[in-house]
Design a protein around this ligand. Structure first.
Ligand SMILES: CC(C)(COP(=O)(O)OP(=O)(O)OC[C@H]1O[C@@H](n2cnc3c(N)ncnc32)[C@H](O)[C@@H]1OP(=O)(O)O)[C@@H](O)C(=O)NCCC(=O)NCCS
Length: 201
């Protein structure tokens, strides 16, 4: 096993890993009718817009078993994604009816995010301008690869001039929270079912 930069050729596999960890860290296979939704929100934008800060841990055949993908400057990333990535995806996914919000399916709740992309809270971006996502398949968890991937991502962002990085996780994902705290991250906000954690670089 070793860590390398991700490429666009990894996209299909990283989308799969996103589903395998997509239910607050647990397997979301079968939960979504359109499984690419998860990857289109949480993987694709990074692989396409900031590949220089996207890493995978691979096996001997080069297959990715986990990833840590990041972007240097959240504000510019959101601006560029808003002009390029999201408009193209909005053509592929029907916008859910706001009047039916109470009855939205899980697919519709995610489709809403294609049409109303998530944004990091702006008040933290001066101290923690970069952000990242990390997911490893179950058999790779608990063996130190998460920490190694995070260190690789942090080194990459620091070399490019970042002063801090944040991640946003589901408040249900207490294992991930414990992991981030074990490797030096602290909580910067908790709201609407989400927790933000961050670290100075
Ligand atoms: C969360 C995740 C990235 C952590 O990676 P990992 O490879 O399992 O973690 P590591 O083995 O590198 O652990 C690093 C440190 O965190 C600690 N840690 C990890 N999980 C922990 C937990 N649930 N509780 C307490 N400590 C934990 C380890 O003990 C280790 O501490 P040490 O450095 O003092 O030995 C990985 O388990 C994963 O992908 N989980 C499923 C998807 C997910 O939840 N992703 C995060 C979405 S926000």
């Amino acid at each position: 096993m070793d860590i390398r930069l991700a490429t666009k050729a990894d996209q299909e596999r990283l989308y799969e890993i996103c589903v395998l960890t997509g239910d607050s860290g647990k397997d979301a296979t079968g939960i979504f009718e359109q499984p690419d939704l998860l990857g289109d929100i949480w993987v694709g934008p990074y692989l396409h817009l900031s590949p220089e800060h996207c890493f995978v841990v691979q096996n001997q055949t080069g297959q990715a078993l986990g990833y840590c993908i990041a972007t240097l400057d959240t504000t510019s990333f959101e601006t560029v994604a808003g002009a390029t990535w999201w408009p193209e995806k909005q053509l592929s996914y029907t916008k859910p009816d706001e009047a039916q919000k109470e009855n939205w399916s899980r697919d519709e709740r995610l489709t809403h995010l294609i049409h109303n992309p998530l944004q990091s809270p702006s008040e933290f971006l001066e101290d923690f301008p970069s952000h990242a996502h990390i997911n490893l398949v179950a058999e790779m968890q608990g063996k130190g690869w998460g920490k190694k991937l995070m260190t690789t991502m942090e080194d990459s962002l620091r070399s490019a001039g970042s002063v801090g990085v944040h991640l946003i996780l589901s408040s249900k994902n207490l294992d991930a929270l414990a992991f981030y705290q074990a490797i030096g991250y602290h909580v910067i906000f908790e709201r609407d079912g989400q927790i933000g954690v961050a670290k100075k670089l």
